[in-house]
Design a protein. Structure first.
Lengths: 111, 150, 150, 111
């Protein structure tokens, strides 16, 4: 998994690319979130369109990221969910937890 | 169907990088059997979760221990059998990830996904140790999640 | 290297559609071991040719007969072992496809390709019948055709 | 494997797409060539850019096609060889047998 980030209007937009699966990508995601928080970022938007594969560990790590950010008083939202990831969040009812956007500008404004 | 009676077997050592090897076998077999890309993907995902559990919880990442997977196709029924050399567990103690008190947990969704994507998911435990998981899927019934479960 | 001592085994029945299953295992293993896409492709092709021969010439397309492939990685050496349940053959009788009188033949290039892409290609024949092919490739030496043979 | 054809200045340009491998594509290629010849086509240009995989059986079938067409007094040439197919023809020295083009117009004119 690769990550790249940019800041728009105080929102940290982190683009994730590749696999978020057990043993590759799952720990990385945790590190990315931890380091963003340690840098004082509290508005985090994960751009997911480049995520090619995710498994239950990756989903778990997304939930963990959400909790970490929320517990520090921040917000974590999702942008551009690939269809399969969307379905995985649906069946586990996690879709009710995450705020999901299809438009970057709208997503940034919502914080 | 010409592929009736097909049986494929693969054995890997317990490393996460090897999960994908078993997953691609599952996906290729499903595509060979005429399933579309989505249907094959969901079955591949069930296999990924099963193999991940066998490596992590079963064999506890001991690379000397093996995970074995067999795929059998009879008529349009795909039977997938995955076994490890671990100590087993009691499936009755596994929580429901949809339970509100489990919703925000960072784990505990693997078996749930397997059950979502497959028709049957059944565990057996060998007297000498080892977990044996049998999953079945009727490939003719329509593929995986999108068409049959949502 | 962390993947030293890796051993993957796959068994298929003798159908051409299954060749690809063994090929993708080979390619994934090579990519996991750090080989680039081209290098992995050529090794995958050697495996494809070997499995095709096992199915066609060895098991004569009898789907009840099996082809077994094992992949072992020691240091950077990949050892691939492919066996069938056929009657074997005499490798000394195999013609050279580069010989002008063979150039326009429609077959007879499979073993040649294996030898081109791999470092070693060695046949053994079991007393009870069956052909056993061992191919090796040093993955550290540079990948396959483009860099090492042309 | 899929094939589609068009005629340009009396040359039958047949575009092959997909795999030409043992048990899938190899016999198809033979049928395509036989049927073109039976329809009286004698100038055949195989457009290869869409060929994703080829094995020794596919290579053998290409050689067989060449011989069939040549024996009937026709010509078979190749257009747009993918790099890997090019290398497979090189190592077997078959590249000396086939006329290969990188430009359709030029290829058509050459017949
Ligand atoms: N092959 C196995 N061997 C031992 N325990 C297992 C195995 N598969 C599953 N388990 C147990 O079942 C639990 C639930 O598994 P799962 O639903 O996949 O979620 P997770 O792997 O995220 O914990 C695991 O935490 C583990 O205790
Ligand atoms: N596994 C095998 N069992 C029996 N015979 C084999 C096997 N592999 C190769 N051969 C023999 O070697 C010959 C050459 O094989 P190869 O170079 O792959 O070309 P081709 O398969 O096109 O004939 C085959 O025609 C066959 O007679």
């Amino acid at each position: 998994m690769k990550a790249s980030s940019k800041t728009i209007d105080g929102v940290e937009v982190i683009k994730l690319d590749g696999k978020i699966t057990i043993g590759s990508g799952d720990q990385q995601l945790r590190e990315i979130i931890t380091s963003a928080i340690n840098q004082g970022k509290s508005k985090i938007l994960l751009e997911m369109s480049g995520v090619t594969t995710i498994d239950s560990s990756g989903i778990g790590e997304l939930v963990g990221s959400y909790t970490t950010v929320t517990n520090r008083g921040g917000k974590l939202k999702l942008l551009h969910l690939p269809a399969k990831l969307n379905e995985l969040l649906h069946v586990t009812q996690l879709i009710t937890v995450f705020e999901v956007y299809e438009n970057e500008q709208e997503a940034v404004k919502s914080f | 169907m010409e592929r009736d009676g097909e049986r494929i077997e693969i054995t890997i050592s317990s490393r996460f990088e090897n999960i994908e090897l078993v997953q691609v076998i599952a996906e290729h077999l499903c595509e060979n059997a005429g399933l579309d890309e989505d249907g094959s993907h969901w079955i591949g995902m069930a296999v990924r979760e099963a193999v991940a559990n066998a490596i992590k919880h079963g064999n506890k990442l001991d690379a000397r221990k093996k995970v074995n997977a067999t795929f059998q196709l009879h008529d349009s029924e795909l039977r997938i059998h995955i076994s490890d050399e671990g100590e087993g567990f009691d499936p009755k103690t596994i929580g429901d990830p949809l339970n509100p008190q489990n919703l925000m947990k960072t784990s505990g969704r693997g078996i749930f996904y397997m059950k979502t994507f497959m028709d049957q998911v059944q565990y057996e435990f060998q007297p000498g140790g080892g977990t044996s998981l049998m999953m079945t899927k009727n490939l003719a019934k329509g593929s995986g999640l999108a068409s049959s479960k949502i």
